[in-house]
Structures are given as structure tokens and as C-alpha cells.
Design a protein. Sequence first.
Length: 124
Amino acid sequence: MSEIQRLRDRVEELEELLGIGRDDLAQYRDALKVKGSKLKILGALMKRNVTISRAALLTMLQGARPGDISDERLIDVHVCTLRKRLPTGVTIRTDWGVGYYMDRASKDALRRFVAERGGHADEA
């Protein structure tokens, strides 16, 4: 196996662990009509049971490339837009000064919503 293929496989493995792998995101993309960064943020929130900081979400989306100048407020904009796409009963909560999280009830409601629309919404 080439070094490049090994690295691609590792990136795919890590994305799955973060909740932003292709399989994790497809179900939400189709049910909510959300894509891109917003979709990755949703996948990460669904996978984690703790608050995720804005800095961590930004790093997840853009990587830690030297020289990147990014604004964590971009995450706030994505979350705001994402909230508008969520069905009734599903909320993304703000942990002020820290980041964002989804409680168990919201995750369960979103899984039911996705399942009703033909997605699989596996337990994370």
C-alpha cells in the first residue's frame, strides 16, 4: 500500500471517529437538506456527548494548517443556519463561553426524524 493511500485511509478512519465520515453524514444530508460545514458540525454534535468548543469545530473543519487565519465566529454562523434546518424538538444548545452541544433528547428526536424519512440514524 502506498504512503498516500495509507494516509487517506487514516483520514477516513479519523473522520468516522469524529462523526464526519461519509456514512455518518449521508443520512442527515438527505433528511435535512444540509451540506458542507454545517453537515460536519451536525455530525460531530451527534457523535459527542459533551460540549464541543468553537475552536475544536473550526479545527475539525479547516485543519490546523500553519498560516490559516480563521475566525471562530464562522462556527456561530454555521450553527445559526443549521438550527433553522432542524425539525421541531431538535435543538443545538450553547454552552456560553465554551461551545455547543446537543442533549440526548434532541439526538433521539433527530434520529427518529431521519428514520421516518428513510435514513438509518444509527445510535452513536
